[in-house]
Design a protein around this ligand. Structure first.
Ligand code: NAD
Length: 719
């Protein structure tokens, strides 16, 4: 809704009222139309101010209305009406002006922003474009290159940057509404010709074709198959090359195409999924809304290798005091330098002082005695971790939460080493830990609701999306990764190359194909885990058993590469070759191709031609099948948890929603049919055997993803 008041005798003030962000719902739009009519019809009113209640101008369209039959006045004519008004209209921007909110402000003749306000057109991240004239007005106001950058990235800008770009006319530290009213009084009766943005020509660079070609190339490269950023460039191009009315037609046409595309649905699902994971629950009955976190002021990190350093930075940047413990003196010296460098770089980027004084270093574990929470990040070695948990349990003050960053070891086994297993949870970060947005919070059988709630809260405090998951080997992310990797190895055995598999997965939209990713993270990591669980056979083992473990098909290809010290980028050789150890550019390696040929010959395997569809089907459906098993086992509470983990931690393309959403888009019966087919061809691969939950969902008529929880029987712990 919108409230109308008259201020200072001649200023009509329209206040948008729709908590929490004054989204432009049908009622709000109707309110604006009615209040504008009133302001324009009252002769005493000489100018108008539009503002939002509770310190927020407007967060944009009401996303809940998407996909429904929209009622109420449409936004475009409403904004046009404001712009064509004979009385000056000033937007008083506090808090946020995002999406449709900024488009509304662009329809006003003037914009005054509070210094803390954030502005932007983030529609692209929902698979859309600013469809209420944003793509046509913004380039007219701030130039084509600047508008292209903002619209194709969806980036929010501060009020200061908005002023510099020319989006707003004035920034204030004072009461925004008072300033806007003062401003409205000062411009009453003045000509509005130059302030109706749509009537202004779009600044036209001489090399307009080159500008758009370069922009399109850059955007396509980054988009990884996403349609919206490309459509954004096309819409801005229309602003540059067509009259306003035609540009608007083009904007509408492009918007419609995006709106009905599966991508917008996927991105909107993903938007809500990120929120849904915050409403966590465990099979034991703990819930986000009934579990109270305990405040954490001081934390400790044990082990300052790759992960420990990143975790220390993330904690310190969020204002926590950190005791950072590393027993190896050389590592400790390097870690001090590394952490300080990262803190300084981060601080420079954010324009704040570096939090160097937040970190205290020690080579003694005794230094943790007084902290509220410990995150252990030593080598992935169960015996070592057990010993550390025993020490921590004896050393720490009562009530200290003991967390582990293990990638997949048993949380309950670690908890059993302590006097208070209810204080133990997993906090599985992703590398680099100060950058990656994902945190898996792993609850064990005995983890208390408070321990889970505290780990979840620390996660959001340090800017992560935290997902609560159950305890099983690999938790959610790494557990799903296993069958995906396995299929990729099998495809190599059957005739594919790493280049072919990676190309197909990258064309699908993954940030990196499976082999390039494996080279980046290091082949030795998985090798060590496989050795520890007895999967790596002694070198002498040849013949059919070389490729069989516990009666199932196994590919030793990764182990064989590791035996040649081909660990990936770090050694300059892996599935690809690099110009030097630590090199980044992957080049096909003839050695690897010869090696694969010899391997196939040795094991009597005949290479066949493998097409793109088979690569996709086998890698993705094996992964999705494991996702259903995870749901069935109650390790993840819902499909959203899996999808968020996979997008944020494993480079799954956002515009495909996540693996479980994708399964729904493809059609569950198709996924089932393909899995049945591949399992028939490869009966020795249990991961291709369709999971019973998938069968159950198909038997229940393949309900939409938001109804899956009803079909998943009451989840139970696997352990
Ligand atoms: P790393 O080898 O880089 O670092 C481990 C550090 O622990 C070393 O500096 C070592 O000196 C130190 N350390 C060993 N024993 C110690 C002790 N008793 N007290 C204090 N410090 C000790 O390992 P990493 O890659 O940082 O992995 C650490 C943990 O994080 C592992 O459990 C790993 O599985 C997990 N993890 C790793 C990644 C990754 O991508 N590297 C991602 C997620 C989780």
């Amino acid at each position: 809704m919108a409230l109308y008041t008259r201020v200072s005798g001649s200023v009509g003030v329209i206040t948008l009222q729709n908590p929490p962000v004054n989204a432009l719902s049908a009622a709000v739009r109707q309110g604006i139309v009615d209040m504008m009519d009133r302001a324009l019809s009252e002769p005493e009113v000489k100018s108008v101010v539009i503002c939002g209640q509770n310190g927020k101008f407007c967060g944009g369209a009401d996303i809940k209305e998407f996909g429904t039959n929209m009622s109420g006045p449409a936004l475009i004519p409403l904004i046009d009406r404001i712009e064509s008004a004979a009385k000056p209209v000033v937007a008083a921007i506090e808090g946020i002006a995002l999406g449709g909110g900024l488009e509304l402000a662009l329809g006003c003749h003037y914009r005054i922003a509070h210094s803390k306000a954030k502005l932007g057109l983030p529609e692209v991240s929902l698979g859309l474009l600013p469809g209420a004239g944003g793509t046509q007005r913004l380039p007219r106001l701030i130039s084509i290159p600047a508008a292209l950058e903002l619209i194709t990235t969806g980036r929010h800008v501060t009020a200061a940057e908005a002023l510099q770009l020319g989006i707003v006319d004035k920034v204030t530290d004072r009461n925004t509404l008072d300033e806007a009213v003062k401003f409205a009084l000062s411009v009453a009766g003045k000509s509005l010709d130059l302030h109706r943005i749509s009537t202004n020509p779009c600044p036209h660079p001489p090399d307009v074709d080159a500008v758009f070609e370069t922009a399109m190339q850059r955007v396509r490269q980054r988009a990884r198959g996403a349609l919206a950023p490309v459509a954004c460039v096309q819409a801005v191009r229309a602003a540059a090359t067509l009259p306003y009315a035609h540009g608007m037609e083009r904007e509408r046409e492009l918007f419609k195409g995006l709106f009905t595309s599966g991508q917008a649905r996927a991105l909107q699902y993903y938007f809500f999924a990120q929120r849904a994971v915050g409403r966590w629950s465990t099979p034991g009955g703990a819930r986000w809304d009934t579990s109270k976190p305990r405040p954490v002021r001081r934390a400790a990190v044990i082990g300052l290798g790759t992960m420990g350093r990143g975790i220390t930075v993330a904690l310190a940047q969020a204002g926590l005091s950190v005791v950072a413990v590393e027993t190896n003196e050389k590592q400790l010296t390097e870690a001090k330098q590394g952490v300080s460098d990262m803190l300084e770089r981060g601080a420079r980027r954010r324009g704040v002082p570096p939090a160097l004084d937040k970190v205290i270093y020690s080579h003694k574990i005794q230094a943790v005695a007084d902290v509220d929470l410990v995150i252990e990040a030593v080598f992935e070695d169960m015996e070592l971790k057990k010993a550390i948990f025993q020490q921590l349990s004896a050393l720490c003050k009562p009530g200290t939460f003991l967390c582990t960053n293990t990638s997949g070891l048993d949380i309950d086994e670690l908890a059993a080493q302590t006097q208070n297993p209810e204080l133990v949870v997993g906090m599985h970060f992703f590398a680099p830990a100060h950058v990656m947005k994902l945190l898996e919070v792993v609850y064990g059988q005995k983890s208390s609701p408070q321990a889970v709630a505290t780990a979840m809260q620390i996660g959001s405090k340090i800017g992560k999306v935290s997902v609560a998951v159950g305890n099983c080997r690999g938790f959610v992310g790494n557990r799903i990764l296993k069958p995906y990797l396995e299929q990729a190895f099998f495809l190599l055995e059957e005739g594919a190359t790493p280049e072919l598999v990676d190309k197909v997965l990258e064309e699908f939209g993954f940030a990196m194909g499976v082999f390039r990713m494996s080279d980046l993270s290091g082949l030795d990591v998985g090798w060590r885990v496989r050795k520890a669980i007895g999967l790596v056979a002694p070198e002498a083992l040849t013949g059919p058993y070389a490729r069989v473990r516990e009666g199932h098909r196994y590919s030793p290809l990764g182990d064989l590469l590791c035996e040649q010290v081909r660990f990936g980028q770090k050694t300059g050789r892996g599935w690809y070759q690099y110009d030097k150890p630590g090199g980044r550019v992957a080049k096909p390696d003839p050695w690897l191709h010869r090696f694969l040929e010899e391997y196939r010959a040795q094991h009597g395997l005949v290479a066949r031609r493998i097409d793109h569809q088979e690569v996709l089907d086998r890698c993705l459906y094996a992964l999705i099948n494991e996702g259903f098993r995870i749901l069935e086992d109650g390790i993840a509470a819902g499909p959203e948890d899996i999808d968020v983990i996979y997008v944020l931690g494993y480079g799954w393309p956002q515009h495909r929603g996540g693996p479980m959403f994708y399964a729904g888009m493809v059609g569950l019966n198709k996924v089932l049919e393909r899995l049945e087919h591949y399992h028939q061809v490869h009966p020795d691969v249990p991961n291709l055997q369709p999971c019973s939950l998938l069968r159950k969902l198909v038997a229940s008529g393949s309900p939409p993803i938001n109804k899956w929880r009803e079909v998943i029987k009451k989840p139970h712990s696997q352990l």
